[in-house]
Design a protein around this ligand. Structure first.
Ligand SMILES: C[S@@+](CC[C@H](N)C(=O)[O-])C[C@H]1O[C@@H](n2cnc3c(N)ncnc32)[C@H](O)[C@@H]1O
Length: 359
């Protein structure tokens, strides 16, 4: 029986082509182990960042400026050797700079990791992967077709910190979306934001349309975040808060100029996602527009690793969640009756379909 193995005489293999058995290049040049190490280190990389945030490393370096490890250790009251090991690891992750033993924030840390950074993700990092224990039981989830602790068991506990953490990114995205779809050109639109979270889309739309009004929906317990954020942004007086399940909550037909489904479809499964699209269609006035934001995989489910891993994240911690392809969403939108489909990317890695209900 043929046993594939490293070739002792690589030059003899030059005539190999795929017409021959096997994949000839792998037997004279073994593939690197780097992808395997990348997976192993993934766990450590994540918890190094979680620990750095937990210890307040980024905010402390922002306050102190460029510092030695001794100085940071004294400020945080932790042992020097342990802190140096952690700081060096954060440098290895490209999330801090170190030069001649002085540690300082780099541009990435200043933008994304200090708590008052312009695009801070500091609060998101601990919650973004979902309940951590679900990752240690992923094989069981695949075996059983269900996670051990789905977030649906206690949605408020999961979503409140999540939507606090994602707000800055989604608000930037929703605000910049105006450059692509000019929602601010509408005079006094009526807006429906389903599963609004902190209402980043609702708030951006109301900011752009000073005479607009919005119905903001989310689950009881989570909708308080929207209440607080809309108050902070000075638009709460133009919002009606409508708590409830977005699959069943009452929605007036043909009443809205814009409906937003912002990162809500991927937890709902195929039928649930299509149901939300149908509800949005029914809610829109003719010529009204749906904005559907999500992480979309490409048609072969392999060229956008960020969305593919997000799909696995959904599988790991939700009852029905998976990511879907652009093709699936565009098919569902067209089947429901939408036309004039556009895909926009207002900021990196944040895509939305914009689709119009015909006249
Ligand atoms: C990933 S967050 C997205 C929040 C916001 N739309 C955004 O784009 O940032 C999903 C939101 O959907 C809400 N949600 C989940 N299931 C829901 C349901 N059945 N009915 C209403 N809201 C729901 C969650 O509470 C959460 O606020």
């Amino acid at each position: 029986m043929f046993e594939p193995r490293d070739a002792p005489y690589p030059e003899l293999k030059k005539t190999h082509t795929m017409a021959h058995t096997g994949r000839p290049w792998t037997d004279y040049k073994p593939p690197p182990a780097a992808p395997v190490w990348a997976a192993i280190e993934g766990l450590g990389r994540y918890y190094i960042l979680v620990a750095a945030l937990d210890l307040d490393i980024f905010d402390t370096l922002q306050r102190l400026g460029p510092s030695t490890v001794e100085c940071v250790a004294a400020e945080l009251d932790v042992p020097i050797n342990h802190l140096r090991s952690l700081l060096d690891a954060v440098v290895a992750l490209d999330l801090l700079d170190q030069f001649t033993d002085i540690y300082e924030l780099n541009d990435t840390a200043e933008r994304y990791l200090v708590s008052n950074g312009p695009a801070t993700m500091a609060e998101l990092i601990a919650v973004a992967p979902g309940p951590h224990e679900n990752w240690t039981r992923l094989a069981d989830t695949v075996r059983n077709g269900r996670p051990g602790s789905p977030i649906e068991d206690d949605p408020t506990a999961f979503y409140v910190p999540l939507v606090e953490g994602t707000f800055t990114t989604m608000f930037r995205c929703a605000t910049r979306a105006d450059l692509k779809i000019r929602y601010s050109a509408m005079r006094s639109p009526r807006i429906l934001d389903l599963g609004a979270g902190g209402a980043p889309w609702g708030i951006a739309l109301l900011n752009g349309c000073p005479e607009g009004t919005a119905v903001i929906n989310d689950l009881p317990g989570v909708i308080e975040v929207a209440d607080r954020k809309t108050t902070e942004h000075g638009v709460a007086d133009r919002c009606e808060f409508r708590p409830g399940d977005f699959h069943t909550v009452e929605i007036e037909p043909e009443s809205y100029d814009i409906v937003v489904l912002g990162h809500v479809c991927r937890t709902e499964g195929e039928a649930g996602a299509q149901h939300l699209i149908e509800r949005a269609f029914a809610a829109l006035k003719p010529e009204g527009r749906l904005i559907l934001a999500d992480y979309f995989t490409d048609i072969e489910r392999k060229f956008n690793p960020h969305a593919v891993i997000m799909g696995a994240t959904m599988m790991a911690s939700t009852e029905k969640g998976f990511c879907f392809t652009h093709q699936q969403f565009s098919d569902w939108l067209r089947t429901t009756g939408f036309g004039a489909l556009r895909l926009i990317e207002p900021i990196g890695f944040q895509q939305s379909f914009v689709a119009t209900k015909p006249r």
